[in-house]
Design a protein around this ligand. Structure first.
Ligand code: ADP
Ligand code: MG
Length: 487
């Protein structure tokens, strides 16, 4: 019998505000411990929180973006709640979050996996403050508390349990990452913890009721997300098939062993004694405010993606790659400026395949690419106008990546112009036919593979510069009447 894996993600995106959610202390990453924690953040008695307007605007942006810029999902009124628990890095004894009235409800994000489009529904997105950090260090096993992170604004984005595999969960996390970075509400830096996911995983018999979930905490890379879900799903299936039970729990993923381990049994919402925070007024969001936020925000990756695929005819999977981060989308848009549709599609494909492979190999971002967007367009224009073949284009691209200069200079210096002179190509074809009687015979006997080999040899003889289409035509014509009359 088969099992179906069910996954829902809770993602914390650290918001790109200069100061904290309820205080004026800076929220920048990397400062020495406790240098960015003010009286509010360390919870001195008598202090009062003041809501950061920018953080609310980030949440409104998100609400607009998850429904193609419609404000339908932005609550006009939301409230903050206290989530009570004890932990050394939480001096107030509660976290200010949102419970019953989050700032964003509903919406969806499209993903693309294995050639299939799927919509992942969002339950909600709410504002909350981050906690501080316990630091364990030194040979004396001293623990310290750094409250720099306390009060940092987060948007927690909760999905419905709509994903059915680790691949889908990763595609969703990538799409969400692309979205929050495109609208500039989060820097997306996963190493620094600006974007981290909790994965809720359960398994069930297809069509049956939802199984009991375990929640894997704090996954801060797409690779860990994938590995953790795969391990967890396998573990749950093995446990159930071995006659065991899955208990609801919070688990941690250990990247070294690739395993998940239970950390604590899961609290229920009532354990936290949520109640409205009496120090904070409800947030009222007017239509005017929403309009003001809408006017100021960059185009969301989700909208861009639809524009690329339906507007430019770019395959959905490619459009997803191009909008995975704002720099790639920006590079693509600069490269296609003024390009006709077919050329734009070729540029799209080139970036998604070749450029991405080279960036990954070198571990650099597209902003550091040695090939400027207009040089990439010129490269593909030279293929389109027949100056070089698609194969030679790869050589020119490699040369640009090694710093040899622009497209046209490389073509001239290396003598890469495509040979379209039919006299020269006819001679090359004659020579190859003359030197390969066996393959000629095979082709005449109906073996098409022999033909490809002959084309390959002409390409080789011309060092890849022959126009392949012309070579095809000339060879077919010559072979059709082989041996030549009187020959
Ligand atoms: P919390 O984890 O804070 O208790 P929720 O109960 O709202 O919050 O669920 C959080 C996440 O768990 C959501 O993303 C939801 O889609 C997911 N989820 C809920 N039930 C299941 C389940 N049976 N299997 C997998 N994911 C689930
Ligand atoms: Mg949870």
């Amino acid at each position: 019998m088969t099992w179906e894996v069910v996954i829902g993600l809770e993602t914390h995106a650290q918001l790109l505000t200069r100061s904290k959610l309820f205080s004026g202390a800076a929220s920048a990453f990397g400062a020495p411990p406790n240098t960015q924690a003010c009286a509010v953040d360390i919870a001195l008695p008598g202090v009062l929180p003041v809501l950061n307007r920018r953080a609310v605007e980030c949440a409104i942006r998100f609400g607009l973006a998850v429904n193609a810029m419609s404000a339908e999902n932005v609550s006009r009124r939301s409230i903050f709640a206290r989530k009570n628990y004890f932990y050394p890095d939480l001096p107030k004894g509660y976290q200010i979050s949102q419970y019953e009235m989050p700032i964003v409800r509903g919406g969806a994000i499209g993903i693309h996996v294995n050639g299939r489009e799927k919509r992942i529904r969002l339950t909600r997105a709410h504002l909350e403050e981050d906690a501080g950090k316990s630091i364990h260090e030194g040979m004396h096993e001293v623990s310290g508390i750094d409250l720099n992170r306390a009060g940092t604004p987060l948007l927690e984005i909760v999905s419905e349990p709509d994903m059915r595999s680790a691949e889908e969960a990763v595609a969703y996390a990538r799409a969400l990452h692309g979205l929050v970075t495109s609208i500039r509400i989060c820097d997306g830096n996963m190493q620094e913890g600006s974007f981290r996911c909790d994965a809720n995983v359960s398994v069930r018999r297809p069509g049956g009721p939802l199984g009991t979930r375990r929640e894997i905490k704090n996954l801060n890379s797409f690779r860990f997300l994938q590995q953790a879900i795969e391990y967890e799903a396998r573990w749950q299936i093995e446990t159930l098939e071995g006659g065991g039970r899955v208990e609801q729990a919070t688990v941690l993923f250990d990247p070294d062993s690739g395993e998940t381990h239970a950390m604590r049994t899961k609290e229920d919402a009532h354990d936290y004694r949520y109640f409205p925070d009496p120090d904070l007024l409800p947030v009222a969001i007017s239509e005017e405010w929403i309009e003001e936020v809408r006017r100021a925000m960059p185009e969301p990756s989700t909208v861009k993606r639809a524009r690329f695929s339906s507007g430019l005819g770019i395959p959905a999977a490619t459009a997803a790659v191009l909008t995975a981060d704002p720099d790639t989308a920006d590079y693509f848009e600069r490269a296609i400026a003024g390009a006709p549709g077919e050329l734009a599609r070729q540029i799209a494909n080139w970036i998604a395949v070749s450029t991405n492979a080279k960036l990954n190999e070198r571990g650099i971002s597209i902003r550091e690419s040695p090939v400027a967007p207009d040089e990439l367009r010129r490269l593909l224009e030279r293929v389109a106008d027949g100056t070089i073949s698609g194969k030679i284009a790869k050589e020119v691209d490699d040369a640009m990546w090694s710093g040899e200069g622009g497209v046209d200079a490389i073509i001239e210096r290396r003598g890469l112009r495509q040979i379209s002179d039919s006299g020269e190509l006819e001679r090359a074809c004659d020579e190859v036919i003359g030197a390969n009687p066996r393959q000629v015979a095979d082709y005449r006997a109906g073996k098409d593979k022999a033909f490809h080999s002959l084309v390959g040899q002409v390409m080789k003889a011309t060092r890849g510069k022959a126009n392949p289409q012309q070579v095809n035509e000339i060879l077919r014509r010559k072979l059709a009447s082989w041996p030549p009359a009187g020959g």
